[in-house]
Design a protein around this ligand. Structure first.
Ligand code: 5AD
Ligand code: SF4
Length: 440
């Protein structure tokens, strides 16, 4: 009998980009013979893929990795590594502060993990945090089986340097992957069973193939040619770069989901300026209007930061008002958080946690009212649902998403999972829609 395989446990914090990276890590480690461990206690290698976009996420990493100390003491052969944005930001500091940590790999060092592992095996602790200038990634070998939904990164990094944001500092400058590589990866995933693909990038609007110069709408069109693909969607779009061409692609390509994440960050011109976003409230709303004209029924998503340094009550009320004017289907909202290297962290006029928490609660309450109204107004519509499987709550209910990405629950047979169903919306709730199955 051969030796039992080594096992790896990966914990992922943060955005879909990190989820994607963790998938790559798992693939890379599978090639080195690692199997997946369900729990950290069963693992020979524990990796934590981290997020530093807000301070809370960073704290969570320190407490999680700190808590692994005991495990390491009991099993000295265990290797513990930290990757991702906190790794990039903190580098060697992490190794200095956490003595039981074996390796640190930054956002550009994913592919060099095998090298670090080998060194760690020899007792050499190291932090690798160089940011690559060009996309160094190989297409991910297609997994034998993929879930119904899969992620594909089309570009990494960001050149926008919004004044509050750590991303350009920890993920580096914008780099697009070659279209051929993106398409090959997506094709592999659909052959392995994926039906819906989400393309990822900090600002997909500025995607450009490094060779032939294909732009993002062009890439969408090519991907729609994959025969087994049912749905294609993408995130995130920077409002200043949202082009008419992209709106047209959203409207004209059947497989492209009718939803768009278009973070405004604030509804106040004064704050938008201090954030360095490159658009005014009017310009943002003009794009939203244009989009709604071209893509009727589109679901719009937004991000709002409350309590940016110097944000007055009036500024905040403008953000509240923006919710109404934009008509968001989904909203991610955050309390402003100081991040290292950023211009905003050096501004005066910081607000107390209490004020930020109150504003966030008011924003949530308003958005919940608005989205309930919006969802209720959808009653009677017939939508096409990509069925995911049985709903978590409610016996006999299936769950899936409509073409605009809204969660729809309806009674139906489990055999529908993985396919498309025609559903009439009967009731709108805050987080989902209830419907009835129609004959195909
Ligand atoms: N504080 C609070 N929220 C932030 N975001 C980015 N940086 C910060 C910060 N320093 C939010 C933005 C962005 C989302 C991913 O996280 O809204 O769109
Ligand atoms: Fe951060 Fe702005 Fe880039 Fe988004 S566009 S990743 S908020 S710097």
């Amino acid at each position: 009998m051969g030796a039992t395989a080594k096992r790896v446990h990966i914990t992922t914090f943060g955005c879909q980009m990190n989820e994607y990276d963790s998938g790559r890590l798992a693939g890379l480690l599978a090639e080195l013979g690692y199997e997946r461990a369900e729990a950290p206690q069963e693992a020979d290698l524990i990796l934590v893929n981290t997020c530093s976009v807000r301070q809370r996420a960073e704290h969570k990493v320190y407490s999680l990795v700190g808590a692994l100390k005991e495990l390491k003491q009991r099993r000295p052969g265990l290797i513990i590594g930290v990757g991702g944005c906190v790794a990039q930001q903190e580098g060697q500091k992490l190794l200095d502060q956490i003595p039981h940590l074996d390796l640190v790999f930054g956002t550009g060092a994913l592919e060099r993990l095998p090298e670090l592992l080998e060194e760690a095996g020899r007792g050499h602790r190291r932090a690798l945090v160089d940011l690559p200038a060009a996309p160094a990634r190989q297409p991910l070998r297609a997994p034998a089986r993929a879930g119904l939904k899969a992620l594909v990164t089309v570009m990494e990094g960001c050149d926008n340097f919004c004044s509050y944001c750590v991303v350009p500092h920890v993920r580096g400058r914008e780099r697009s992957r070659p279209a051929a590589e993106v398409i090959a990866e997506a094709a592999g995933l659909t052959q392995a069973g994926a039906r819906e693909i989400t393309l990822l990038g900090q600002n997909v609007n500025s995607y450009r193939d490094p060779g032939e110069g294909l732009d993002f709408p062009g890439l969408l069109k090519r991907l729609c040619g994959l025969p087994q693909l049912t749905r294609l969607t993408f995130t995130t779009s920077h409002p200043k770069d949202l082009s008419f061409r992209l709106m047209e692609a959203l409207a004209g390509l059947d497989k492209v989901m009718k939803k768009l994440h278009l973070p405004a960050q604030s509804g106040s011109d004064r704050v938008l300026k201090a954030m360095g976003r490159g658009y005014t409230r009017r310009q943002y709303l003009d794009k939203v209007e244009g989009l709604r004209r071209l893509v009727p029924g589109v679901a719009l998503g937004g991000d709002i930061i409350v309590g940016f340094p110097g944000e007055s009550e009036e500024d905040f009320e403008q953000s509240l008002e923006l919710l109404e004017l934009a008509g968001y289907d989904f909203l991610y909202s955050f309390k402003y958080s100081d991040r290292p290297f950023t211009r905003a962290s050096r501004l005066s006029g910081k607000l107390s946690e209490e004020v930020k928490a109150q504003r966030l609660a008011r924003l949530h309450a308003r958005q919940n009212q608005l989205v309930l109204e919006l969802h209720r107004s959808l009653a009677g519509q017939v939508v096409q649902v990509l069925v995911e499987g049985p709903a978590k709550k409610g016996a006999g209910l299936l769950t899936g998403r409509c073409q605009a990405g809204r969660a729809v629950n309806f009674p139906g047979p489990p055999e529908l999972a993985g396919g498309l169903a025609r559903v009439r919306i009967e009731e709108g709730l805050v987080n989902s829609l209830r419907g009835r199955l129609l004959p195909a």
